[in-house]
Design a protein around this ligand. Structure first.
Ligand code: COI
Length: 343
């Protein structure tokens, strides 16, 4: 077998573990064989619903190597619950949460020897696609579907590691459509791509586009958005228009635990000018973790956020989150699920 590259030295998500788990729903409930199989290509019909009508949802969660050598999955139940909701919203067949949870655990157990030491981690990607072979089914949900869980050993999501990111504020083109905003579906990422690619082509310093349709700052193409200072953290209140990030929720719970006030409310782009002088900004996501923002390009101006470097509150929250994930701090919220390592 060819040796795999060091996951911390290659782009995020480009190395794959040896094992995956798959289950199919064929005009009925999801059936899982109960054990992982070797990672490999999948077979679906060229007439599969997903290829024509976009019936595809996914999750992103992580497992972390613990100080005693064991492996713990972070916020497993919450990710499973969100995927069950996404399937229902995209009218895919129902996902039995027990089956999905078992598939994730089985895949991670089988791949446990490929989980890197921190700061690396194992990225877990469950994906559910409509497979019914019927190109006339534009106005019908897929009656059959394929669920699969693949794993990828990863390092930092953003090239260059922990550094102040540059965001472009986009006030005209929305990230997605309102009724899909909170669904973790493939189409949302495809919809954000045009604005992101155009911004990056115009300015190669741009890392992400921050969507603020009609002056309502919500999220970037890959993460939620926060403002912070010594007393409080601020993020957009939840509604159906954007993704309900699990890391967003973890940040809120952690920040409250550490004594910060939490403000979940609308954020107006004009407010960034004030924050840029005295506050911090960061992104949150499973892949990105807590990622500091140094500059926001807005209305032809470059707003330097604080000193332009990662802020102390951002780094404090990042360190607190990482410590729980990697088992160097207690787990007061019961966020870790330890998996068995096969001998
Ligand atoms: C994640 O953060 O896990 C996501 O699913 C975002 C993706 C762009 C990597």
């Amino acid at each position: 077998m060819t040796e795999k590259p060091d996951p911390l030295a290659v782009p995020f998500g480009t190395v794959f573990c040896d094992w995956m788990a798959t289950a199919r729903a064929e005009d009925g409930p999801l059936v899982y064989g109960g054990s992982p199989e070797p990672f490999g290509d999948l077979t679906i019909s060229p007439a599969a619903h997903v290829l024509h009508y976009g019936s595809s949802i996914f999750e992103g969660l992580k497992a972390h190597r613990q100080p005693d050598g064991s492996v713990a999955i972070f916020r497993l139940d919450t990710h499973v619950a969100r995927m069950v909701t996404s399937a229902a919203l995209l009218r895919l067949p129902e996902i039995d949460p027990d089956i999905l949870l078992q598939m994730i655990v089985d895949a991670v157990e089988a791949n446990a020897d490929e989980v890197p030491e921190p700061p690396g981690s194992l990225y877990i990607r469950p994906t559910f696609v409509g497979t019914g072979a019927d190109i006339g089914a534009a106005a019908h949900p897929a009656p059959s579907a394929l669920l699969f869980v693949v794993n990828s050993p990863v390092g930092d999501y953003f090239k260059g590691g922990i550094r102040p990111l540059t965001l472009q504020l986009e006030t005209l083109t929305p990230r997605t459509v309102p009724q899909f905003g909170m669904v973790k579906c493939a189409a949302n990422y495809a919809m954000a791509l045009g604005s992101t690619m155009d911004a990056m082509a115009a300015n190669e310093a741009i890392d992400q586009v921050l969507f603020a349709t009609d002056g309502d700052i919500t999220e970037t193409g890959a993460s939620n958005f926060f403002l912070a200072d010594n007393e409080r953290v601020v993020t957009r209140h939840l509604d159906e228009s954007f993704l309900h990030g699990v890391t967003r929720d973890s940040v809120i719970q952690l920040a409250r635990h550490h004594g910060y006030e939490i403000e979940e409310r609308p954020i107006d782009p004009e407010e960034l000018i004030d924050w840029s002088e005295r506050g911090e900004a960061f992104l949150s996501g499973t892949a990105a973790g807590i990622a500091p923002v140094g500059t926001i390009l807005y209305s032809g101006k470059a707003l330097t956020i604080g000193s332009g470097q990662p802020g102390p509150n951002t780094m404090r929250l990042r360190q607190a989150l990482t410590a729980i994930q990697t088992g160097t701090a207690p787990d007061p919220f019961n966020w870790r699920t330890t998996v068995q390592i096969r001998g």
